[in-house]
Structure formats: structure tokens, C-alpha cells
Design a protein around this ligand. Structure first.
Ligand SMILES: C[S@@+](CC[C@H](N)C(=O)[O-])C[C@H]1O[C@@H](n2cnc3c(N)ncnc32)[C@H](O)[C@@H]1O
Length: 472
């Protein structure tokens, strides 16, 4: 499609990473909505493509987006595109000269890079492609080392590595604007983190969760199942004040058995505060408390801008809540070692999610978001089993496959109304809000085919060497 628009409809091109594919659209939508903008897909929009066009946004919006996204690699001001190089060239000839002018001046230097998706080109082939763009009105000198402006010719050879076409399926040309925050995945890798737990969330997904939650500077964010605080690390990176609770005394106080190989006990100062200090966000650390998330401890009323959390699924750690000796009827267990939950009883997964949604509905500010993981036994999955609450609207539901028969879904909900008595009644009486009990046997379902899918689970486990997912 040729580009025929003026300044008002400037298009931008996003180049997206090909991991966590399901999480990309909700991330980009959430980040654009933070700027009051919407993602307006093209008619033939392909969600799995590495290239998306952005319409109806400004360069400032795009820069703001790139300051946050971990799903997009780079963004470009689109000058032309086409299914063939001929189409690209005629599209480029239609791009207004006055829009090119600020970047083609005699005084400024430039360079052109060639990027190919799903194909590798040798140097000479790249040079040949650049030569076809000779007609562009560049007046300045080429500088390969330190150009004022960088341009990209991007070629898309499809997504099938076993069937790479000779010619690209689509080509784009544009001015590079900014890179995304993929570097955070490396810099915040759990491998190099001061304090980790058995289920520390990998860096990439932690940042994606913070983005789905639309966490921003000066927000107050709570993780009610805080563990080693990976989600607080990500949220504080975006400027939010962070706090959390965990039922496990040892993890909150950073004592007990270490989660790293070759280390028996946690060392001094292995705690969440030290993690934030490691990344320069200690000033945003409020505190973490030993507390059972099923029990209310917070002042009544809207308090948090976001609740971002990874509840236990009972694979690597038990799902427990506190109870009285009368309720439990047997002596407390597990008083030493890895976790320490003093007087506890089984906490069914269905109750965990019901309580979590109720917590979010009560304590989120209006428009605030709840982002959490829901473990799913795939053969039984239906959209209806995703927990609902009358005050929370489902925003997105993205699947991360763990094995052929299990996955977890990243659920994002937004508070749309304050809780009234009638909502409490609806939770009890309305079948839509009845908890799906099938979640409760997740542990048994998970282990039912463990040997078959061990290899795959290991593959899908954290790409940055973290100890998450809550699998194995
Ligand atoms: C999957 S882990 C969270 C991992 C965390 N996101 C991290 O990066 O380390 C779940 C946590 O929930 C805690 N937990 C389990 N039951 C709880 C309860 N009833 N109330 C609060 N925390 C609980 C566990 O101790 C565990 O640390």
C-alpha cells in the first residue's frame, strides 16, 4: 500500500521481538493508553508479525512507548513500504520531500542499515540493496561511525525458517527513532540478582507485567505474594513506590535456605530491599510484611494504583494460609528450612483467586489494574474459567505455554467501579462469579504428565536463567 499522507497521518513502524508473542499487543496497547492513545491496527494487521504499523500517534508518543516497552525492539518513522522493492520505491517517491528535508540536509551525516527478518544476507547483497535507494535526496555525507540520522531498509522474509523465499514478502524504509528496553532483560537478569527465591519471576516477564499494569512514576504498587520481590523490582524501575506481603517469614526476612546452587544458607542482606538497592530504586521501597494475603491488613478503601502478583500454584511452594489450631486440627508443619509458615492450612487455588480479585476490587484506585498469573490445565481451559468480579473488567488474557497440557495465563483486569453491598451479594449468588474449582487440582494435573513434558518445560523456563516458571 502506497503512503499518501501529510504530517497528520505519519505512520511509524515497530519492529517487535519474537518471544512472548502473546504479550506484545496488550503491552503496546497499555503503553499507548498511558499516553491517551490507542493502537489502531491496519486492515490486514497480523499480530504474530515482527512488524507493526502505528497510526494516529506522534513521534513523542513513539519515543515514550520505546522508553517502556520490552516487547518492541526498535521504532522507525516510516517513509515507504511495499510488497516488492518496486512498490517500496514508488511509495518512497510519494513521501513528501518536506518531511524528508530535516534529515537529508547537506550539513547532516547519515547511514543506511539493512535488516532482514528470517534471512541472512552477505555484505555485497546488502550494499546492492542500499544502492537501489540512490534516488533518495540525501545531500549530506555518509558516516558509518557517528551519523546524525540512521535509516533502515527492513525486509520481511516470513516466519517459516524451512521455507525462506528468494524475495522478501514485504519491505519497509524508515528513519530510526529509538530502541526499546530489551536491554533490561539482561541488566535485570535473575542470574545476577542479589536475592532470589525458588520462583523468582524472570526479568522480561516482570517488566511485561509492570507494563500491562500501566505502572508509572509515583504510583503505589502492591504484590500480595511478593516472594523475592521480582515484580517490585520491575515496578520500581518505572518509578512506582512498592510494597508487598508474603506468608513466608523466611523469604520476607531473607533468611533460611538459599535458592542458588552451591549456596546453603542465604547470606546477610539477601532481601528485597537489597535487590532494589542493586538497581538504584531503594528510595521507592516502602516495605514488605509477613502476612497472609487472605486476611485484610490494609486500611479500608482505594489505596493501590496497581496490584501486580504471581500467586503460588503449589508446584514449587505450598499454597497455605494462616488458620487457628481449631481449624487446622493437627500440629503445624514445615517450621524450618526453605519456608516458614507458622500455623497454616491448605489454601485452595480457587480461593486464592477469589480472594485476590476481592482484594483488588477493594484496594485498587478507580482505573487501577490487577495483573496476575493463572495456572491452567489446557484440555479444560475455557474463557469462562477465568475468575471474574463485578468491579473488575478483563483487559487481556495471554497464554504462556508450560507443557503440552499446562500453561499459565497472564490476566490483566481494570477496576471499573467501587464495591457495593450488591456486589458482595452477586459474588455469592451469581453463577458468573462462582469460583472454578478445577483450578484446585492443578498440581495433580501438572504432575500427571511430568516425565513426558519435562524437556519442553525446561525449554520454556526462563530465558534469563531465572528460577521461574513455578514448574519442575
Ligand atoms: C510464586 S511465589 C512469588 C514469586 C515472586 N513473584 C518472586 O519473584 O519471587 C508465591 C509466593 O506466595 C507466597 N504465599 C503463599 N501463600 C500465601 C498467602 N496465603 N499469603 C501471602 N503469601 C503467600 C509464597 O510464600 C511465595 O513466596
Amino acid at each position: 500500500m502506497a503512503l499518501r499522507c501529510g504530517r497528520a497521518c505519519q505512520q511509524y513502524l515497530l519492529h517487535l521481538a519474537q518471544d512472548n508473542i502473546d504479550f506484545r499487543l496488550p503491552e503496546i496497547k497499555a503503553l499507548l493508553s498511558l499516553r491517551g492513545k490507542q493502537f489502531c491496527p491496519e486492515e490486514n494487521f497480523k499480530e504474530k508479525s515482527p512488524f507493526w504499523l502505528l497510526n494516529g500517534v506522534s513521534e513523542e508518543d513513539v519515543r515514550g512507548l520505546m522508553e517502556r516497552t520490552v516487547c518492541a525492539k526498535s521504532a522507525f518513522e516510516l517513509w515507504g513500504q511495499g510488497r516488492t522493492h518496486n512498490e517500496l520505491q514508488s511509495s518512497l517517491r510519494k513521501y513528501p520531500l518536506e518531511k524528508m528535508a530535516p534529515f537529508t540536509q547537506r550539513e547532516s551525516t547519515y547511514k543506511i542499515n539493512v535488516y532482514t527478518f528470517n534471512k541472512t544476507l552477505v555484505f555485497q547483497e546488502r550494499i546492492k540493496k542500499i544502492d537501489t535507494l540512490e534516488f533518495l535526496p540525501f545531500q549530506g555525507k555518509v558516516s558509518l561511525k557517528n551519523p546524525d540520522h540512521i535509516f533502515f531498509l527492513l525486509e520481511d522474509y516470513g516466519s517459516d525458517p524451512n521455507n525462506i523465499p528468494d524475495e522478501p514478502l514485504h519491505v519497509y524504509f524508515g528513519r530510526w527513532i529509538a530502541d526499546g528496553q530489551r536491554e533490561l532483560i539482561r541488566s535485570h537478569s535473575v542470574k545476577k540478582r542479589h536475592f532470589i527465591g525458588n520462583t523468582s519471576m524472570e526479568a522480561g516477564l516482570s517488566f511485561i507485567m509492570a507494563n500491562h499494569a500501566r505502572v508509572k512514576a509515583h504510583d503505589l504498587v502492591c504484590d500480595p505474594f511478593v516472594g523475592s520481590g521480582s515484580l517490585l523490582v520491575a515496578c520500581s524501575h518505572f518509578g512506582a513506590y512498592v510494597c508487598g506481603t508474603d506468608i513466608d517469614y523466611n523469604i520476607v526476612h531473607g533468611i533460611g535456605k538459599a535458592s542458588r546452587k552451591n549456596q546453603k544458607w542465604r547470606g546477610p542482606d539477601e532481601n528485597i530491599r537489597a535487590n532494589l538497592r542493586q538497581y538504584g530504586t531503594e528510595h521507592l521501597y516502602i516495605d514488605v510484611l509477613v502476612s497472609d494475603s487472605s486476611k485484610a491488613i490494609w486500611r479500608e478503601g482505594p489505596l493501590f494504583d496497581a496490584v501486580v502478583t504471581d500467586p503460588p500454584y503449589g508446584i514449587r511452594e505450598s499454597t497455605r494460609r494462616t488458620g487457628s489450631q481449631k481449624e487446622i486440627g493437627k500440629p503445624p508443619e514445615d517450621l524450618s528450612g526453605e519456608s516458614h509458615v507458622p500455623v497454616s492450612m491448605v489454601y485452595q487455588l480457587s480461593d486464592i483467586f477469589t480472594d485476590l480479585l476481592r482484594f483488588a476490587a477493594h484496594y485498587l484506585v478507580m482505573g487501577g489494574r490487577l495483573v496476575y498469573w493463572l495456572p491452567v490445565y489446557r484440555p479444560e481451559y475455557r474463557d469462562e474459567i477465568v475468575p471474574q468480579h463485578p468491579c473488575l473488567r478483563l483487559v487481556s488474557n495471554c497464554e504462556q505455554t508450560l507443557s503440552s497440557h499446562t500453561s499459565r495465563r497472564l490476566i490483566t483486569m481494570e477496576k471499573v467501579k467501587e464495591v457495593e453491598d450488591s456486589d458482595e451479594l452477586a459474588l455469592l449468588l451469581d453463577s458468573r462469579f462462582r469460583p472454578y474449582r478445577g483450578h484446585n487440582a492443578f498440581r495433580e494435573k501438572y504432575f500427571s504428565g511430568v516425565s513426558k513434558r519435562r524437556g519442553k518445560a525446561e525449554q520454556s523456563s526462563s530465558s534469563d536463567g531465572g528460577t521461574d516458571p513455578q514448574s519442575e
